[in-house]
Design a protein around this ligand. Structure first.
Ligand code: UDP
Ligand code: MG
Length: 332
C-alpha cells in the first residue's frame, strides 16, 4: 500500500465482502497515554455486549508519550484491535482518514480517545444506523460553557446547516456512526477538512441525532477569535462551492450597471451642456474595469469549484435507489 494515502485507494474500496465485522470503531489518538487503555477497555466491553463481530482501529498520530507502547500491548492481546502509527503528527483529521479507509465494518463509528466521549454510547449510535439511517450524529448534551465557546459553535453549526441542507444541531461532535456505503463517495475528501460529518451529509445521507454523554475538556478551550475566523474560512472553502463566484458576480454586475449609467449620463450631459464631462467618463471607465474584473473573478470561481470537485473526487451525484427489473434475481 502506498505510504501516503491521500486518495480513495485504500481498503475501504476493496470488493472483499467475506468476514466483515459488523462494526469498525475508529479512534485517532495523539498523546493519550493516560486514557488510551481505559478507552480500549470500555469500548471493547460495549462492543462485545452487542454480540456481533467488531474491530477497533486506533490511529496513533505521531504521539510522543507512551501511547504507541500501550497500543502495541493492546494489539498483542486482542486480535480485534488494529493499530496504525503515523511517522509524525499530521492532525486529527488525517488520522481519522487513515482509520476510515481501513475500516471493514458495515457500520463505522468514529470516537475521540480522551474520554470526553463515553464508549458506552457506541451501541446507541450503531443501533440508530441499524434501524435504517445512514448517519447517527452524536449530539452533546447542552454544556455549561461560556459565550466565548458557545458563539463559535453556533456560527459554525448555522453555516454548515445551510451549506449541507442537513438540519442537525452538533456538526462539531466527532462521535458518530456511518453506514459504510455513505462514506465511500467522500473517501477522497475525508481528512482534508475538519467536518467529516458535514461532508457525508452534504451528499444527501439520511441522519438521526443521538444524545450522548460529554465530559468537559481539561483546561481551556482552544478557540480564539483569529481561530474562529480561520474555522469560518475553512467551512466556507470546504462547503460553499463558489463563494468567489458569487462575490465576482455581485461586483461584476453592480459595477457594469453603474458604469453604463455613468457613461449614458456623461453622453447626455455632453450633448445637453456641450461640455465634455471628463470626471463622469473617468468614473464610467473605472467602474467598467471593475465590472470586467468582477466577471473574471466569477469565472475563476467556476474553475476553482470544478478543480476542488475533481481533485477531491467529490461525487457529481449520489443515487438513492435504482429500480431495474433486469438485475433482480427472480426476473429472467
Ligand atoms: N488528536 C489527533 N491528532 C492531533 C490532535 C488530536 O489524533 O494532532 C486526537 C486526540 O487524541 C483525540 C481527538 O483527536 O482522540 C480529539 O482531540 P482533542 O480532544 O484535542 O480535540 P477536541 O476535543 O478539543 O475537539
Ligand atoms: Mg477532546
Amino acid at each position: 500500500m502506498a505510504q501516503t494515502e491521500l486518495g480513495p485507494d485504500a481498503e475501504v474500496l476493496s470488493p472483499e465482502r467475506g468476514g466483515r465485522p459488523h462494526v469498525s470503531l475508529v479512534v485517532p489518538v495523539y498523546n493519550e497515554q493516560a486514557t488510551i487503555t481505559e478507552v480500549y477497555r470500555r469500548s471493547a466491553e460495549a462492543l462485545a455486549a452487542d454480540g456481533r463481530a467488531y474491530e477497533i482501529i486506533f490511529v496513533d498520530d505521531g504521539s510522543k508519550d507512551g501511547t504507541w507502547a500501550a497500543l502495541e500491548a493492546i494489539h498483542r492481546d486482542d486480535p480485534t484491535v488494529r493499530a496504525v502509527r503515523f511517522k509524525r503528527n499530521f492532525g486529527q483529521h488525517p488520522a481519522m482518514h487513515a482509520g476510515i479507509v481501513r475500516a471493514r465494518g458495515e457500520v463505522v463509528v468514529t470516537m475521540d480517545a480522551d474520554l470526553q466521549n463515553s464508549p458506552a454510547d457506541i451501541l446507541a449510535l450503531v443501533r440508530a444506523v441499524d434501524t435504517g439511517h445512514d448517519v447517527a450524529s452524536g449530539r452533546r448534551r447542552e454544556r455549561e460553557d461560556g459565550l466565548r465557546r458557545r458563539l463559535p459553535s453556533k456560527l459554525v453549526n448555522r453555516m454548515l446547516r445551510s451549506f449541507t441542507g442537513s438540519d442537525i444541531s452538533d456538526f462539531g461532535c466527532a462521535f458518530n456512526a456511518y453506514r459504510r456505503d455513505v462514506l465511500l463517495p467522500m473517501a477522497g475528501s475525508i481528512g482534508k477538512q475538519k467536518f467529516t460529518k458535514a461532508l457525508v451529509l452534504s451528499t444527501g445521507a439520511s441522519v438521526v441525532e443521538v444524545d450522548i454523554d460529554h465530559q468537559a475538556r481539561e483546561g481551556r478551550s482552544r478557540y480564539t477569535w483569529p481561530g474562529l475566523i480561520r474555522v469560518a474560512l475553512h467551512v466556507i472553502a470546504g462547503f460553499w462551492p463558489q463563494p468567489i463566484q458569487w462575490a465576482g458576480m455581485a461586483i461584476g454586475v453592480t459595477a457594469s450597471f453603474l458604469a453604463s449609467v455613468a457613461g449614458i449620463w456623461g453622453i447626455v450631459a455632453w450633448i445637453v451642456r456641450n461640455d465634455f464631462p471628463g470626471q463622469l467618463f473617468l468614473a464610467a471607465l473605472v467602474l467598467a474595469i471593475l465590472g470586467i474584473q468582477g466577471l473574471i473573478f466569477a469565472l475563476v470561481g467556476e474553475y476553482l469549484g470544478r478543480l476542488q470537485r475533481d481533485v477531491e473526487g467529490r461525487p457529481l451525484y449520489t443515487v438513492a435507489s435504482d429500480l431495474d427489473r433486469r438485475r433482480e434475481p427472480d426476473a429472467d
